[in-house]
Design a protein. Structure first.
Length: 135
């Protein structure tokens, strides 16, 4: 059971580091190119002028929390980040008035959300397992 907990913990770290790097990259490229037409309708609470700045800040926060958790420090931050990411995905894709362009996009959003759910459980295993705390 300990090995499964560690595998899930490191899956969570990798998943959220990559997700956060993507979010950071979208925001950074948008800021560097002065993109004013970026609309991420799956994130309804951060629309407008500051959307790109929010993406950069959230991306940095996610990468830092994943890196710290992988190093065995402040794993509670990864749990909080994982919960925020999971809620954002489920709300943004499936509860908010977001419209998918096709079945492939809906399937991709479902798989991404399913991965976020697994990563959330992995982050929880990181603080629940005594062995994971020592690692």
């Amino acid at each position: 059971m300990r090995i499964i907990g560690l595998i899930l913990l490191y899956f969570s770290c990798i998943f959220h580091f990559l997700l956060s790097a993507l979010v950071f990259g979208i925001g950074a490229v948008g800021l560097l190119t002065s993109a004013s037409n970026l609309k991420m309708r799956m994130l309804p609470w951060i629309q407008g002028e500051n959307q790109l700045v929010w993406l950069v800040v959230l991306g940095l926060a996610g990468m830092i929390s994943a890196a710290l958790a992988a190093l065995g420090k402040l794993r509670i931050l990864l749990v909080l980040w994982s919960l925020i990411a999971l809620v954002a995905m489920v709300y943004g894709y499936f509860i908010a008035p977001y419209t998918f362009t096709g079945a492939a996009e809906a399937k991709g959003a479902a798989w991404l959300s399913f991965g976020a759910l697994g990563a959330f459980f992995g982050a929880l295993m990181g603080i629940a397992s005594p062995r994971a705390r020592r690692a």
